[in-house]
Ligand binder design. Structure first.
Ligand code: MF3
Ligand code: CO
Length: 289
């Protein structure tokens, strides 16, 4: 559908198209005509939608803060799940993982060689020296947020600490590549180069995702990409940066019994941090971390 300049903008702002998204659409069109994949309108969040996502993100980050205050050896991952459920529901929100495609709990807790999607359990007890990823996702009034952090349990080896630190820096490198009119492949390329330079490998089969009105929207965000490839980064495009970085090789497998938990094939540790970011006119903004 082609809008005329004086019609209301497609984004619902109530402003005339020519005063709102018209110039942006024209610019995107030039890239599209060059054969570059561009995001459809529904992936471009409006300022009003970004505000709602930030409200959701506040709760998401409060969950992670609450976990950070009490997490320690001897605690079960079920206790982490209880905290997430409590903090989220008390704020009037819903834990997005709960019942998501059959996932049974409110949060993912992935320890050591678990890459992602670990299921909290009262029998899984945190041990001195563990590293754990706590991956929290929140729905508030239909708006999604998603972020994860690593926690060190007690006395962690220098090599595991370094994996956790470098993985955090991988996300920072990816973030630096998020610029309007750049390409999504620039982000994964930055992440992968940094991980490789430190002797680590990046999981290929699982990545980040668009987010906002759904948990997992387009685009899929690989962290093993070439620069100058992939979707055009247009202001309003909102997605996660969440590389899984392995100390050993990149290969993984999924637990056949529970159908969820992903492990490294070689049994070596894996780390992950996740942030949610939106492309802006002059760079980007982190909405959740
Ligand atoms: N939170 C994960 C992500 O970052 C998705 C988990 S899906 C679940 O995309 F069902 F395992 F929760
Ligand atoms: Co995510």
């Amino acid at each position: 559908m082609k809008l005329s300049p004086n019609q209301p903008c497609w984004c619902g702002s109530g402003r005339k198209y020519k005063k709102c998204h018209m110039a942006l659409d024209e610019k995107v069109r030039l890239y599209k005509d060059m054969g570059i994949p561009v995001p459809p309108h529904k992936l471009l969040k409006t300022p009003a939608q970004i505000e709602k996502m930030k409200e959701s993100a506040k709760i998401n980050m409060a969950c992670l803060d609450a976990v950070g205050e009490v997490i320690k050896a001897g605690m079960s991952t079920q206790e982490i799940d209880d905290i997430i459920y409590e903090v989220t529901t008390r704020a009037g929100a819903i834990p997005a993982p709960l019942d998501y495609e059959g996932f049974p709990k409110s949060v993912c807790t992935s320890i050591n060689d678990e890459v992602c999607h670990g299921i909290p359990d009262e029998h899984i007890i945190l041990q001195d020296g563990d590293i754990i990823n706590v991956d929290v996702s929140t729905i508030l009034d239909g708006y999604f947020s998603d972020s994860s952090r690593m926690f060190l349990i007690g006395d962690v080896s220098e090599e595991k600490k370094r994996l956790v630190q470098v993985t955090k820096e991988c996300v920072e490198q990816g973030l630096k590549a998020v610029k309007p009119w750049g390409r999504l492949g620039d982000v994964g390329a930055a992440v992968n180069a940094y991980a490789k330079a430190h002797g680590y490998s990046v999981v290929r089969q699982i990545g980040g995702h668009g987010i906002g009105l759904e948990f997992h929207e387009d685009p899929w965000v690989s962290f093993v990409t070439e620069p100058g490839t992939g979707m055009l980064l247009v202001p309003g495009l909102t997605f996660t940066i969440e590389p899984m970085v392995n100390m050993g090789g990149p290969d993984i497998y999924t637990d056949e019994d529970n159908g969820w938990t992903v492990y490294t094939e070689d049994g070596q540790p894996s780390a992950q941090w996740e942030i949610m970011v939106t492309v802006t006119e002059d760079g980007c903004e982190v909405l959740c971390n």
